[in-house]
Design a protein around this ligand. Structure first.
Ligand code: FES
Length: 248
């Protein structure tokens, strides 16, 4: 009995030596550039099968993720299309006859009503202040769209309707006291830019009003902006026009 215990002690492997920092430093490092086999069996992967290049677990995981991505895309992409699509839909330009050539003066504005959004009745109409181009006061570039000046009645602050006051030669906004001069430039109150304008053209004897555009304080043209959006300096980049708004 004594002998067998001694034998067992002799056969028992010596206790493992604790790894020192020198051992760690001298430990061989696997060459990450060494070419490994593409077969899982060669790479000693558990459960590897002869000729297999990808583990079944990885294959199933990849398939499940791909199926999930396709299903999610099938739900979200059409919804996104419906939500974002109208932003990029550009409506064709409309021109509307608002009067005869000789029905407008060079020195005073005449209010006309035109349709901005057809098909919604009175809600789609707006008032536009019209006069003939006057070279003594107007600085607009002379082109086929400046024979008549058409100024929007929508305040550039938050969109209240402004009114032309002939005696004061000012456009006055009743909401927050915005005041604009004869050319529609802001001279008082909170509006951040001049009143918007509309392109105009003459067809035969008729004066037609077309798409809206915005102007900065020097009356340079920009594609239409929403109320509250400045156009001077960096404002023109911070507040780009909507993708659906087309320049003429
Ligand atoms: S909406 Fe015209 S001043 Fe505010």
């Amino acid at each position: 009995m004594k002998r067998s215990r001694r034998c067992a002690q002799a056969l028992r492997p010596p206790p493992a030596r604790a790894e020192t920092s020198l051992d760690i430093l001298l430990r061989p490092v696997a060459d990450k550039h060494a070419k490994t086999s593409k077969y899982t069996a060669d790479r000693n992967m558990p459960g590897a099968v002869e000729g297999e290049t990808i583990t079944r677990r990885r294959f199933m995981t990849g398939t499940a993720h791909t199926a999930g991505a396709i299903a999610a895309g099938a739900f979200t992409l059409p919804a996104l299309g419906f939500a974002i699509g109208p932003i990029f839909k550009q409506a064709p330009h409309r021109w509307e006859t608002v009067g005869k050539v000789d029905s407008f003066s060079e020195f005073n504005y005449t209010a006309v009503v035109m349709t901005l959004t057809p098909g919604i009745g009175e809600a789609g109409k707006t008032t536009v202040y019209m006069r003939k181009f006057n070279p003594a006061i107007d600085t607009d570039p002379s082109d086929r769209y400046t024979k008549f000046i058409a100024i929007s009645s929508r305040c550039a602050h938050v969109g209240c309707p402004v009114r032309w006051v002939d005696a004061a030669e000012r456009f006055i906004c009743p909401c927050h006291g915005g005041v604009y001069d004869l050319l529609g430039r802001r001279v008082g109150g909170p509006p951040p830019r001049p009143l918007d304008r509309f392109y105009t053209r003459v067809v035969g004897e008729d004066v037609q009003v077309g798409p809206r555009y915005s102007v900065n304080s020097e009356l340079q043209r920009f594609s239409p902006r929403d109320p509250g959006e400045p156009l001077d300096g960096i404002g023109q980049y911070l507040y780009p026009s909507r993708p659906s708004e087309r320049k003429l």
